[in-house]
Design a protein. Structure first.
Length: 267
């Protein structure tokens, strides 16, 4: 059996966490990530038949029954994250319990946002069977933008597309938006999952962002691009604009690269 500390799915989590923290998105213990792992891949590194302990999930996650996920621990700090702050769980056959099969030592448990993660995984897999990652963090400029900009998905997306040329290329499906809600609850988890039916990015106004992707790089890259666009907005929103990226510019770009975008978000 191979060394778990060399597993790509574990190393990838650590690298993603450090990348997010280096950008200031994960103050204190605010970031969390979950990533689906194939059973056959996990078996190369751990005994997947051994259940260390079980933890109630708090809702019915049966669409993910028997699936494995590597998840960040509750209360862990991305600034000094280590393998000790990770765990691998299997969703039980009835979908009500997380079976810890590796990690979460010393009584640690998965992030309190796990229900929201699982609900989002369930919905994204219906849209894209290759989706593997859900991540949450607090990008500074995006949070600031949500205080100033109207919280309309079409208008918010159009602004982001118009401040960063790569926007329509990287998130052509736009961004979903939720008003401020109490975090760590089933309500915000279900609301986020509902938005994930259309969007890979969901903005929690005055709080942060949820992003989905096929890989850790893709999910973090989505946040990176949205945050850059929000930063440009914050730097320029109070100043007179002499130039702009027009709807016609965006349509020409999207047609040139062959990306399918939300056409109802332009014009």
């Amino acid at each position: 059996m191979k060394d778990i500390y060399s597993a790509p799915f574990a190393l990838g989590m650590i690298n993603a966490e450090r990348r997010m923290d280096s950008k200031g998105w994960c103050e204190r213990n605010s970031g969390n990530i979950s990533c689906l792992v194939a059973e056959e891949e996990a078996r190369e590194y751990i005994d997947t038949s051994k259940i260390i302990r079980t933890i109630p999930i708090g809702f019915d996650a049966s669409p993910l029954a028997e699936r494995l996920l590597i998840v960040t621990a509750s209360g862990s700090y991305f600034s000094n994250h280590s393998f000790d702050d990770l765990g691998i769980i299997r969703i039980s056959a009835d979908g009500k319990t997380a079976e810890v099969i590796w990690g979460f030592e010393g009584g640690k448990r998965f992030t309190s946002e796990l229900p929201a993660h699982l609900m989002s995984h369930i919905e994204r897999l219906k849209v894209d069977p290759e989706n593997r990652v859900i991540t949450h963090c607090h990008p500074t400029n995006l949070m600031a933008m949500s205080f100033l900009h109207e919280l309309d998905e079409k208008a918010f997306t159009r602004t982001l597309w118009g401040t960063c040329t790569e926007g329509i290329m990287v998130f052509p499906d736009g961004v979903g938006i939720l008003p401020w809600m109490v975090c760590g609850t089933e309500d915000i988890g279900r609301a986020t999952a509902e938005k994930m039916k259309q969007y890979r990015i969901v903005v929690w106004a005055m709080h942060g962002i949820y992003a989905a992707g096929r890989t850790l790089n893709e999910a973090v890259g989505l946040i990176d691009t949205v945050e850059k666009a929000a930063q440009i907005y914050m730097l320029t929103s109070s100043l007179p604009h002499k130039n702009c990226i027009s709807d016609e510019n965006l349509i020409s770009l999207a047609d040139h690269i062959g990306v399918s975008y939300r056409k109802d978000f332009l014009g």
